[in-house]
Design a protein around this ligand. Sequence first.
Ligand SMILES: C[S@@+](CC[C@H](N)C(=O)[O-])C[C@H]1O[C@@H](n2cnc3c(N)ncnc32)[C@H](O)[C@@H]1O
Length: 190
Amino acid sequence: MAGVPVRTTIAKVVRRHVAHRRYKYQDRRVLEQIVNPFILSRFAPQRVLEIGREPYEAFYNEFFTGRELWTIDWDAAKAPFGARNHIVDDAANLCRHFREGYFDFMLMNGVFGWGLNEHEAIENAFGAVHAILAPGGVFVLGWNDTPDLVPVPLDRVQALKRFRLYLFPPLNATSFKCSTCQHIYNFYRK
Ligand SMILES: C[S@@+](CC[C@H](N)C(=O)[O-])C[C@H]1O[C@@H](n2cnc3c(N)ncnc32)[C@H](O)[C@@H]1O
């Protein structure tokens, strides 16, 4: 899929669903209009996993039409907003559900510090993400850099050291801080 058509398609999806609620939030715009379109056009991921799903993201399924999209959230009430392939479980248990190297692209946004808070569970979750990511696959971690939402400093999470930092071309950074919500996107590859 070429870059411009993907961006156009995604922009239409965002406009159709939420554009009027997005202009204030750079963190959401970066995810929806920069991160996802670039990943789709550059990597054409066939198997995608999104960890953590809120009702306002249900339309994200449309970004990944024609691909094998999975979602996981430990709150059963979020299942109606997930993909057709949805799992109700703790992200720390991902290895119970998928074989090694299964996914080409994985996104975990707003989960670290929002429920994924215990150091051991954090290590297990990021360890599992690394295990089930394909070699060369991309992992995007979105988190909020505020004291109440950083349960463990990320540089103390051993499992994250297994990834390679990925210089994300559209933002020219391996880690990008948005102007809203102290939100940061970290970019990794396996
Ligand atoms: C603040 S919401 C944000 C999620 C959303 N992806 C976003 O971008 O706004 C956090 C979500 O992560 C889920 N969650 C938190 N900890 C989790 C864990 N350890 N395993 C699976 N889901 C978790 C919550 O149930 C909730 O739906």
